[in-house]
Design a protein around this ligand. Structure first.
Ligand code: CTP
Ligand code: MG
Length: 229
C-alpha cells in the first residue's frame, strides 16, 4: 500500500513561550521540525511526506524541511496550516496524492519519536484495515473533579491510555471523518471514533513524548546529550 505521513508543525507553541513557532525552536542545534522528520526519512519504504507549516514563518519552515537530509525519492509537499490543529491536518489531507491508501498524522512536537513507532503503526493499519494509535499506560493516579477543585471520584487507571502520534488511518476513513467533522477534537482518533469506526491502541514509546513546556524541551535536550557518543 502507499503511505503518506502528514507532520503537523503549524502551531504557535504558546506553552513553550518562545516568540518563534515551536517547530522552529532549536533542540540541541537543530530545529524541532528538522528532528521530527528524521524518522520519516529513515523509513524503509517510500512515503509521501506532507509538512504543515505556520503561515507566519512559512519560508523559514520550508528552508528547514529542505535542509533536513532526506532521501531524494521522498515526495515532499509543504502546505500552510490553520488556526487549530484540526484545520492544519485538514490542510495536509488536501495535499495527498491520489494513490495514497494509508495516512499517518504526526505531531512535529514529538521530535524524538523512534522510527519503529512509525513502522508499527503502518503495519497495524495495513494488516487490520483499521485505525491504529500508539499509547502508554498512565502512571499517575487520576481523579475526576467537579471543576471547583473537589474530587468526585478516582478513575480506574487500568482503563486509561495516554496516546501519542503518529496515528494511522485508512485514508478514506480519515477523509470522510474530516469532511463530516464538527466541533473541536484534540486528536484524529477521536474524530474517527465519533464517525463510528474502531480504533486500536498499540504500545507507544516514552521517547514519543510531546514537547509542550520549557521543561519538556530540557528533557529532550538531556536525552539527546545522553545518546551522543
Ligand atoms: N499544530 C498545528 N496547527 C495548529 C496547532 C497545532 O499544526 N494550529 C501542531 C503543532 O505544531 C504540534 C501539534 O499540532 O506539532 C500538537 O500541538 P501542540 O503541542 O498543542 O502545539 P501548539 O499548539 O503549537 O502549542 P500550544 O498549544 O502550547 O500553543
Ligand atoms: Mg496546541
Amino acid at each position: 500500500v502507499s503511505v503518506a505521513v502528514i507532520v503537523v508543525a503549524a502551531g504557535s507553541g504558546t506553552r513553550l513561550g518562545y516568540s518563534l513557532p515551536k517547530a522552529l525552536v532549536s533542540l540541541a542545534q537543530r530545529p524541532i521540525l528538522s528532528r521530527s522528520l528524521d524518522p520519516v526519512f529513515a523509513l524503509e519504504r517510500e512515503v509521501q511526506l506532507v509538512v504543515v507549516v505556520p503561515r507566519q514563518h512559512s519560508a523559514l519552515a520550508e528552508q528547514i524541511v529542505r535542509d533536513t537530509a532526506g532521501r531524494a525519492s521522498t515526495s515532499c509537499s509543504i502546505v500552510v496550516g490553520g488556526v487549530s490543529r484540526q484545520e492544519s491536518v485538514a490542510a495536509g489531507l488536501a495535499a495527498l496524492e491520489p494513490s495514497i491508501e494509508v495516512v499517518l498524522v504526526h505531531d512535529a512536537a514529538r521530535a524524538l519519536t523512534p522510527v519503529a513507532q512509525f513502522e508499527a503503526i503502518i503495519a497495524a493499519v495495513t494488516e487490520t484495515g483499521l485505525a491504529a494509535i500508539p499509547g502508554l499506560p498512565v502512571s499517575d493516579t487520576i481523579k475526576r473533579t467537579d471543576g471547583f477543585g473537589r474530587v468526585v471520584a478516582t478513575v480506574d487507571r487500568s482503563e486509561l491510555s495516554a496516546v501519542q502520534t503518529p496515528q494511522g488511518f485508512p485514508r478514506a476513513q480519515l477523509e470522510a471523518a474530516y469532511a463530516a467533522a464538527s466541533g473541536d477534537f484534540t486528536d484524529d482518533a477521536a474524530l474517527i471514533q465519533t464517525a463510528g469506526h474502531d480504533v486500536t491502541i498499540i504500545s507507544g514509546d516514552p521517547l514519543a513524548f510531546k514537547i509542550t513546556t520549557p521543561w519538556d524541551l530540557r528533557r529532550a535536550e538531556q536525552l539527546l546529550a545522553d545518546a551522543a557518543p
